[in-house]
Design a protein around this ligand. Structure first.
Ligand code: 6PG
Length: 311
């Protein structure tokens, strides 16, 4: 069964929604899209700067990038890898988004190490290069500032030419990142932009520290609420901000499973309420937003005609 084009009503801007039959076909489509975007970007302007989501949904797609046929299609030497957000734990902690990416594909593809930019924000006492003796908050704030400086150096040097040699203002459609891959939490968060978070209003920043409190009810239930970390644990995180994500040439949301069907419908077809639904903040100035869903997560969307190909 080919993917079908769904209809989205309330989100303005250049947006398309493609629904894939199941989670495996969704993962295949995501991996193929990332590989194609990598080739296109590198052929067009010599680099592919991509920020990857954490969580669990995209892991299978990342695995497929490290397997034939895609692994030989991607010009890995031109890839510059960033993260959309990170939990402030050690990089070998099972909750780490960096660890998930390394296990899924990064340890098996030849991206030059100095082109891989993890957000190291654990307060591990010298671990991961984080200065020892910091509190969790100090480590998160230190890491967010360092990531901010990295992004400014690469995408917006004072003279208007980023270290990529591209006058970032004149880069592809004035873009910074070529692609941002995002997930969607059941509460409407994306990256670590959680409802009501101060990071939503850090207007001037490109990377921000954020403290994610596990809801008391979820703590009681032992649930890992909103991806905050281990069950019942509040956690510092570092996240790209919406203004920086909206400087991307292309954004791809990847959402799977029946548990996400209500929030997908609320974000795409409900009223705009970005403070409560931060995923609605993601509207690139000139870039395109694609939503790749599976039938389970798209189950409550209004249906439109069948589409033979993915845009
Ligand atoms: C994280 C992610 C986060 C994630 C959503 C969906 O650090 O948890 O970056 O934004 O994409 O919470 O997570 P799942 O894919 O696990 O449902």
């Amino acid at each position: 069964m080919g993917a079908r084009i769904a209809k989205s009503t309330s989100m303005p801007g250049r947006l398309s929604v493609v629904v894939h039959a199941d989670a495996e076909r969704l993962a295949s489509a995501v991996a193929a899209f990332v590989a194609k975007e990598a080739r296109r970007s590198i052929e067009a302007h010599g680099r592919f700067a991509v920020a990857l989501a954490g969580g669990t949904t995209p892991k299978r797609a990342y695995e497929l990038l490290s397997l034939p046929p895609l692994v030989t299609l991607v010009p890995w030497e031109g890839v510059h890898l960033f993260w959309t957000d990170e939990r402030c734990v050690g990089s070998d902690d099972p909750r780490s988004n960096e660890r998930m990416a390394r296990e899924a594909f990064l340890d098996r593809v030849p991206i030059p190490p100095d082109q891989v930019h993890p957000m190291r924000c654990g307060a591990g006492g010298g671990q991961d290069g984080v200065e020892g003796g910091l509190t969790a908050e100090q480590a998160a704030r230190r890491s967010a500032d360092e990531y901010e400086s990295l992004l400014r150096r690469l995408f917006a040097e004072a003279d208007g030419v980023g270290a990529f040699g591209l006058p970032y203002a004149e880069g592809p459609a004035g873009a910074a990142l070529d692609l941002v891959v995002l997930g969607l939490g059941a509460d409407g968060h994306t990256a670590s932009l959680f409802p009501g978070s101060q990071a939503l209003t850090d207007g001037g920043r490109w990377a921000a520290p954020v403290f994610v409190r596990t809801a008391a009810a979820d703590r009681a239930a032992g649930a890992d609420a909103a991806g905050a970390g281990a069950a019942g644990e509040d956690l510092w995180r570092v996240t790209l901000t919406a203004p920086f994500i909206n400087m991307a040439a292309s954004v791809l949301f990847v959402v799977s499973g029946p548990a996400k069907a209500p929030i997908v419908t609320e974000v795409l077809e409900g009223p705009i309420d970005a403070g409560r639904l931060p995923a609605q903040l993601i509207r690139p100035r000139t870039g395109m937003v694609r939503w790749y869903l599976d039938e389970a997560s798209a189950a409550l969307l209004q249906r439109e005609g069948e589409g033979a190909t993915n845009p």
